[in-house]
Design a protein around this ligand. Structure first.
Ligand code: AVJ
Length: 349
């Protein structure tokens, strides 16, 4: 197991500065490299091969998030057109104290923790209740996980962090029983929207298996709203979303010795109304062939052909609560913003 237990100078300085802990407060486990070395995971990159050899072509959205992609996503969250992040943050700002009061002292497990910015609102609320702070961030990008964890340790002197680098599926299987009275798995930002209905079903089953009876699941979902608002959010005027989309090809080049030319593709996003989902694609501008050496894969592209890189589904709160209930996850309370653009559901197994 590659265990990146921290003894970095940044951390010891933090401990010194706050005259606190002698114990390790940060542990990061890299499940990706751990499992690539074992047989626990199917062939790394098999999902890319699968997506690029089918018609129409697709790529899994987790490939957005190399270190550069995570930075671009942080920029998206600040865009005037991209309402989800700030709307969800405003809900958390209003209700974090109520949420944390409902769970009591609680270990926070966050799927797709990224910069952990919104998580701070929950950590602040647990701290205000004088509850102990334990945080298990899970992210596919080691870079953003490490840098945000280190910053959190500086800002929360009693916080203990056990980070996991890897996919949700792997990480959920790795969770060990908490030392605190309960645990809450947090899945914010409507990342659930990336899952097709059937993948959603599998994911909720994985959540159910990862939780003990009585433990919590806090889910943030983007809600249905007029098409123009949605399409603007995924076609920002500064072109950051376009760069984010194209960056996936650069990531694949790096990861799998590829030769994608990003000049030969363009960003395309629209709202598929019947399916209630934003679809992001990369449209090929001219016929050519791409080679991914590490996957021993050659892919032909026609002019006008697209690769679907993401769906971002928009949900209905009642339907979502029923789907959760079908997995034994009982909704305890739902919060929204005044415009009902975004919803937070707290459920309990
Ligand atoms: C992180 C998956 C929730 O679907 O809105 C933002 C990703 N893609 N802009 C979303 C994203 C384009 C985002 N999620």
């Amino acid at each position: 197991m590659r265990n990146l237990t921290q003894s970095a100078s940044g951390i010891s300085q933090a401990d010194h500065q706050h005259h606190s802990v002698k114990t390790e407060r940060l542990q990061i486990q890299d499940l990706v490299n751990l499992c690539a070395a074992s047989e626990a995971e199917p062939q790394v990159g098999s999902d890319v091969i699968q997506g690029l050899t089918q018609t129409p072509k697709t790529l899994p959205p987790q490939y957005f998030y190399d270190d550069r992609g995570s930075v671009l996503f942080e920029q998206i969250c600040e865009l005037p057109e991209y309402y989800p992040t700030r709307t969800e943050a405003s809900i958390l700002r209003h209700y974090a104290s109520e949420i944390t009061g409902m769970t009591g002292a609680c270990e926070l497990v966050e799927l797709g923790s990224g910069s952990s910015t919104k998580t701070r609102l929950l950590l602040d609320a647990y701290a205000a209740h004088a509850y102990p702070l334990r945080y298990v961030p899970i992210d596919v990008s080691a870079g953003i996980l490490e840098s945000s964890a280190k910053q959190l340790l500086l800002d929360y002197p009693s916080l203990q962090i056990q980070g996991l680098v890897g996919t949700y599926e792997l990480a959920l299987q790795q969770l060990t029983p908490t030392q605190l009275p309960t645990r809450m798995i947090v899945f914010l930002g409507s990342t659930l929207g990336n899952f097709k209905p059937q993948e959603c079903d599998v994911f909720f089953s994985q959540i159910q298996s990862a939780l003990e009876v009585g433990e919590y699941f806090l889910l943030g979902v983007d809600l249905q709203k007029p098409t123009s608002l949605l399409e603007d959010a995924y076609n920002d005027s500064q072109g950051v979303t376009a760069e984010f989309n194209l960056n996936m090809l650069k990531h694949l080049n790096q990861r799998f010795e590829g030769n994608f030319d990003t000049q030969l593709f363009e960003h395309w996003a629209f709202y598929n109304e019947p399916l209630n989902q934003i679809e992001m694609h990369l449209r090929c501008l001219k016929a050519h062939t791409v080679r991914l050496e590490a996957l021993d894969l050659t892919v032909k592209f026609e002019a006008g052909e697209t690769i679907m890189t993401e769906i971002s589904r928009k949900f209905d709160l009642d339907v979502m609560q029923q789907e959760l209930q079908a997995k034994g996850l009982t909704s305890r309370k739902v919060w929204t913003d005044p415009k009902q653009w975004f919803g937070l559901i707290l459920c309990q197994l």
